[in-house]
Design a protein around this ligand. Structure first.
Ligand SMILES: [Zn+2]
Length: 173
């Protein structure tokens, strides 16, 4: 099983917006397979391409149903609010309670090149928002208020210096 190393906070690739996917060819399908292996091995429930250093707009996920992929996703509608403690494979070991919309409708392309419209509620909706943030170069830290964000980044630096960074987050995205 081939896997990619997962990029962690501090890697500049995580702060850049990714480019639209233009070719769904054999090479792309192989890349997607390796992304799935990387996500399951982590383990995580979602993984966006920039997290493995690929600057393309797609992510893979599995919230317990089946492995899924959304290519060039766009949020078309959101509703409600939901508080969830998010983890991130690129910020291993840390989790934050973040309020975001509860129900999210996304338009995207699937691996066969077909347009799909998909609704995500609660965890699935959170996966969509979190992974699309990754495609825009936005991390969980950016979703905290200024005081929380500074404290969180200080704590990250402390762990980094202490050699405590490890991938142990549950349900990480
Ligand atoms: Zn993440």
């Amino acid at each position: 099983m081939a896997t990619f190393p997962i990029r962690v906070f501090g890697d500049p690739v995580l702060k850049r917006a990714a480019a639209e996917v233009t070719d769904i060819d054999g090479k792309f399908v192989k890349l997607v397979d390796t992304m799935f292996d990387t996500m399951y091995e982590a383990p995580g429930v979602g993984l966006a391409a920039p997290q493995v250093g690929v600057q393309q707009r797609f992510f893979v996920y599995d919230v317990g149903d089946d492995p899924q992929i959304l290519i060039n996703p766009r949020i078309v509608e959101t509703a409600g609010e939901w508080l969830y403690e998010e983890g991130c494979l690129s910020i291993p070991g840390m989790a934050f309670e973040i309020v975001r919309p509860k129900l999210i409708t996304v338009e995207a392309i699937d691996l066969d090149g077909n347009e799909v419209v998909i609704e995500g509620d609660e965890l699935l909706g959170r996966v969509f928002l979190h992974e699309i943030d990754h495609l825009d170069g936005v991390l969980m830290f950016d979703r905290l208020d200024e005081v929380q964000r500074k404290a969180a980044i200080r704590e990250w630096r402390r762990r980094e210096l202490a050699g405590e960074i490890r991938a142990d987050a549950d349900h990480a995205l």
